[in-house]
Design a protein around this ligand. Structure first.
Ligand code: IVH
Length: 671
């Protein structure tokens, strides 16, 4: 590239493809072509750092965490909206508008009220200069560095005006939110409550790497001082749409009461068609002059109102309560319900959190209960709408699996079975967790199989898993030669593939999560070495040694120490050692590596052994998966790659690269 003008044209080209993809959802080039353009842009910027402009698509990412979001004071306050919940209240709003306009009936726009997080974007000469939160309306926070990370936010506008201030909502798509929560559930992490809180929390994350992991989008729905670019609201949204900004749906226009109420009802039916959660509609007077005439109250504009939809909840009957004992000994109640439809699935169980909650709700068998889905996936009981005839549900006194007296740990709400390494339910849970995706990731070793091998007496603890033979499995129901051999092979594979940190986490020691397992494993490198370190000194010294590791606090250190010294645990750990399960942890260099957060599928014939290629990807922080899904970032296709994989990649919009492409990613500057 020889001139900066050519560079700027390339910036424009890539930004335009970003807009087509992220704003219009209608890309005009393939991902591979896009990647090629993007890489060329990066290369030019490396060669001519002085040409670089802030609105280049490469410049979205900040790398260093911020410590604080500066406050910004705005000229025009971000007001909130008055709410209505029914036709009657809406009619009053309509009548107030007409009266305020001396009998003129205004045109209204009826828009989805996106359940997200309010944001204000400022563009000066077409360039994004500020993204601010609502804050108290007048004073917000400058979250520009994080908002720049959202690819639906244009950094540069087409057909710009001198100054443009637009307001909108940052939101998460329902499907992306549910997928994120499902992944968190599988990884044993706490679930996010709802898309709105999660979007709000995410945009205020201090660490841009964390922000990038949260799938967020933006929709704009108001132009501040819109009369400078159009005479009415709908026309102003059209104008900014022409500038490349993603705008709210504004196709419902109403010029009288009948049209208004018809538009409202039409949206009620279309509520589920949108990819994001609506909590209602916003009804706005279109004409800016009429808006001025109507004015505002201290808190709300008089020209707009929210029409809130009822929350998505249903009632059903409580049939019984089952007590579960998890792998950590927590004894939790689960409600068995008369099956009922809720947000697209049939629900027959609901979580009640804990026994305090049972008491608070005053549950009786036969109750009519109101339920909703928390975090889009887990149904839970909110309240009793009609008491049932049955007895009040009482908290159990003993564990139904091992008859131990249940205890309540100080400061914790959970009821516990204290028989940690002896209770059959906890043992079963521990084995299930060990074999699961989140744990040692043994393919085909799900809950049903665990139950079978435990029932048959083949497995009594996690170490026994590694002694299973195909002959033993053949004796079990539903196992044939192939499936038995596959499972034995999967166990061997998991044993080879696991790192020490994964093994440590899979053991299910209380408070030793997957994140903290890493630095612990980094320090001791092997389970045998960790055990030797514990044995070499008294408890208090070893606990102190553990506490020197960054992130390891007293609870983690004490629990790990207690586990290593527990007689029952020792038996299992000795068995693991005798079976040669003692993987070594690789020294970290990959955290925040160039491929962090990316998932690869490697296929076809490559010039290097596939295992080596996988190792290199992992060493750079990437993940390697076996099959192509929508979570895959890249398919690395060697010679003679099968058609099925390529078709799967196409279907999920996965970028296909060859070995050279992978090489380029591996050697790219961190980012
Ligand atoms: S207009 C003065 N339009 O709802 C009018 N707001 O409860 C400003 N919201 O703070 C708001 N979708 O965060 C408007 N299409 C839409 C909206 C919308 C969601 C949010 C917004 C606002 C809140 C009011």
């Amino acid at each position: 590239m020889s001139t900066q003008a050519e560079y700027l044209a390339l910036v424009h080209e890539v930004a335009e493809h970003d807009r087509r993809y992220h704003v219009e959802a209608a890309p005009t080039i393939s991902d591979v072509e896009y990647d090629t353009l993007y890489k060329r842009l990066e290369a030019v910027e490396r060669a001519h750092p002085d040409w670089k402009v802030s609105w280049s698509p490469t410049q979205r990412a900040g790398h260093t965490p911020v410590s604080d979001f500066p406050k910004v004071t705005r000229d025009v306050a971000m007001l909130s909206l008055d709410n209505t919940y029914n036709e009657e209240d809406l009619r009053q709003f309509f009548d107030r508008c007409v009266k305020g306009l001396d009998g003129d009936v205004p045109v209204f726009s009826v828009e989805p009220k996106i359940d997200g997080f309010g944001i204000e974007l400022t563009y000066v000469d077409g360039k994004l200069t500020l993204a601010a939160t609502r804050g108290d309306g007048r004073i917000g926070e400058d979250v520009t560095s994080n908002v720049r990370l959202l690819r639906s936010v244009p950094l540069s506008l087409a057909n710009p005006v001198e100054k443009l201030v637009v307001r909108g909502e940052i939101y998460m798509r329902k499907d992306e939110f549910a997928a994120m929560n499902a992944a968190r559930l599988a990884a044993g992490e706490e679930l996010f409550k709802n898309p709105r809180n999660t979007a709000a929390g995410s945009i205020k994350q201090m660490d841009p790497a964390e922000v990038k992991k949260r799938p967020m989008h933006v929709i704009l729905y108001e132009v501040v001082d819109g009369e400078r670019i159009a005479s009415g609201h709908i026309a102003s949204l059209e104008r900014i749409r022409g500038m490349g900004v993603p705008v709210s749906r504004h196709d419902a226009k109403a010029s009288n009461w009948d049209e208004l109420i018809a538009a409202v009802h039409a949206w009620e039916h279309r509520r589920d068609d949108l990819p994001y959660e609506l909590d209602g509609l916003v009804i706005k007077v279109d004409d800016f002059a009429q808006r001025t005439a109507l004015g505002r109250t201290a808190k709300f504009p008089r020209w707009a109102i929210a029409y809130k939809f009822p929350a998505r909840q249903v009632t059903t009957t409580l049939k019984s309560i089952t007590t579960y004992v998890g792998r950590t000994g927590a004894v939790t109640p689960v409600a068995n319900l008369e099956p009922v439809e809720l947000s697209g699935t049939t629900v027959s169980n609901a979580s009640v959190h804990n026994w305090d909650q049972v008491k608070r709700l005053g549950l009786r068998i036969g109750d009519r209960v109101l339920i909703e889905k928390a975090g889009e996936i887990i149904p839970q009981i909110l309240s009793v709408t009609e008491p049932g005839p049955g007895p009040v549900v009482e908290e159990p006194k003993t564990c139904r699996f091992c008859q131990s007296d249940l205890v309540r740990e100080e400061g914790r709400v959970a009821l516990l079975c204290p028989n940690r390494l002896g209770c059959p339910a906890q043992k079963l849970g521990a084995i299930e967790f060990f074999a699961s995706r989140a744990g040692m990731n043994i393919d085909g070793f799900g809950e049903k199989v665990v139950q079978q091998v435990v029932d048959a007496g083949l497995v009594t603890d996690v170490a026994d898993i590694f002694t299973l033979t195909a002959i033993q499995l053949l004796g079990l129901e539903r196992f044939g030669k192939t499936s038995a051999n596959n499972l034995v092979a999967a166990i061997a594979k998991a044993k080879d593939a696991a790192s020490f940190s994964r093994l440590l986490y899979s053991l299910g020691i209380p408070n030793v999560g997957s994140v903290i397992a890493r630095p612990i494993a980094q320090k001791y490198r092997k389970l045998s070495a960790l055990r030797a370190a514990a044995e070499a000194k008294p408890s208090d010294e070893f606990v102190a040694e553990l506490e020197e590791i960054e992130g390891v606090g007293g609870t983690i250190a004490t629990n790990l120490d207690a586990f290593l010294r527990d007689a029952n645990a020792k038996v299992v750990l000795d068995k693991l050692a005798a079976l040669g399960v003692d993987p070594e942890e690789e020294v970290a260099s990959a955290a925040g590596g160039v491929l962090a957060g990316k998932t690869f599928v490697v296929t076809g014939t490559l010039t290097a052994p596939r295992a080596d290629v996988q190792k290199r990807i992992e060493a750079a922080g990437g993940k390697v998966a076996g099959s192509v899904s929508k979570k895959t970032s890249y398919l690395v296709a060697g010679a003679d790659t099968g058609k099925t994989k390529l078709e799967a990649a196409e279907k999920h919009g996965v970028t296909v690269i060859d070995e050279a492409g992978l090489e380029a990613l591996l050697t790219a500057a961190p980012g």
